[in-house]
Design a protein around this ligand. Structure first.
Ligand code: NDP
Length: 347
């Protein structure tokens, strides 16, 4: 069975392609630029003809996926702009929405045998920033981010712009499914991860070019507490998010494709909430430790400072437990893997 994967040149997509290949699927990676084909082909060369790439260009372009969707049984749509330096919110919203609608329309036109499309959304599409702590579930939508971007435009916070792009892309997918219900023989599953951490297997030219979530974790772990860029004690012990290891997220994407009961569902996949200090503590207590080069030192922060944290945002993970049943990795694993990447890749 053949699966089209978008975003395979990125952090999450590379792992999804890897997971599918390991399970024996044929994988076609839809790649934006020709310059990224060489690394990917080399990385997956042990899978021989099981892996192929197709250059599709920018996914904002009409019909970008028209050829790529042909003949596949499943689609994993992971590509979306993930950065926090968009001035115009449309830089994020445009490609996120038109990429999602584009691949669905291409599938509608050009693939009569498709079974399922799995789309990567985000906790960003679910959570809202509220004064009181709240447990969010698949029933919740981040209307707040969309409203703030409508009101504030370019001056909205960068995180808010990203969140709005994920809400609008996911909404577009569900609207599409409703509109075309009678015409499509396939269904949609949406996977909703919070922060994703873990080993990096996609092409990264330098530490500056790391994907956003890996860069956040690494900057946290390797910024000395004396640096003006380090987080305040207050921020380290009261702010954070929730997380999942990228390898578990990849497994969730494969199961979402395979299991009948995931069809038509949004599914939050997440281990637990954290405050940033927790990651520093885990990194400092790795046994055996990762031997970092001398120019890198682990941050210290406020050891144990996250122990009594009150988590403002939590996610209800019962649906994922019921229909995906993934056994999640613990914090040590992504931290060790990322620090080992620092050593092996010279970041
Ligand atoms: P990356 O930045 O590593 O990967 C993004 C991917 O999307 C790349 O393959 C990139 O291609 C592709 N892409 C972006 N814009 C376009 C475009 N206009 N046309 C074609 N391709 C495009 O991010 P992640 O792997 O971390 O994120 C993957 C998905 O997971 C996203 O949908 C993101 O919202 C979601 N997610 C990620 C989380 C995280 O913590 N990492 C948390 C929650 C959700 P190229 O290589 O050419 O730039």
């Amino acid at each position: 069975s053949k699966v089209l994967v978008t975003g395979a040149t990125g952090f999450v997509g590379a792992w999804v392609a890897h997971n599918l290949l390991e399970k024996g699927y044929l994988v076609r990676a839809a790649v934006r630029s020709a310059s990224k084909v060489k690394y990917l082909t080399e990385y997956f060369k042990s899978y021989g003809n099981q892996f192929e790439t197709m250059i599709v260009g920018d996914m904002s372009k009409d019909g970008a996926f028209d050829e790529a969707v042909k003949g596949v049984n499943g689609i994993e749509h992971i590509a979306s702009p993930v950065h926090l330096h968009a001035d115009d919110p449309q830089e994020l919203i445009g490609p996120a929405v038109s990429g999602t609608l584009g691949i669905l329309n291409s599938a509608l036109r050009n693939n009569p045998t498709l079974k399922r499309v799995v789309i990567t959304s985000s906790g960003a599409a679910v959570l809202e920033v509220l004064p009181e702590p709240k447990v969010f579930s698949e029933l919740n939508w981040n209307h707040q981010a969309v409203r703030l971007v409508e009101e504030q435009g370019r001056s909205a916070e960068n995180m808010t712009k990203y969140r709005a792009s994920k809400v609008l892309a996911e909404t577009a997918a569900w609207d599409f499914a409703k509109t075309h219900k009678g015409e499509i023989g396939w269904d949609i599953t949406v996977i909703i991860p919070p922060y994703v951490f873990g080993p990096v297997i996609h092409e990264v030219a330098s530490r500056e070019a790391l994907n956003t979530s890996s860069a956040h974790l690494l900057d946290l772990l390797l910024t000395p507490s004396t640096s003006p860029n380090s987080m305040s004690t207050e921020a380290l012990t009261t702010t954070g998010s929730s997380w999942i290891d990228v390898r578990d997220l990849a497994e969730a994407h494969t199961r979402a494709l395979e299991r009948a009961e995931t069809g038509g569902e949004r599914i939050i996949v997440c281990v637990e909430p954290f405050v940033w200090q927790d990651w520093i503590d885990v990194a400092r207590s790795l046994s055996p430790p990762v031997a970092l080069p001398p120019h890198h030192q682990l941050a210290v922060g406020v050891p144990g400072g996250g122990k009594n944290a009150v988590y403002k945002i939590r996610f209800d993970t019962s649906k994922a437990a019921r229909i995906l049943g993934i056994k999640y990795r613990s914090k040590e694993e992504p931290v060790r893997a990322l620090l080992e990447d620092v050593v092996s890749k010279g970041w």
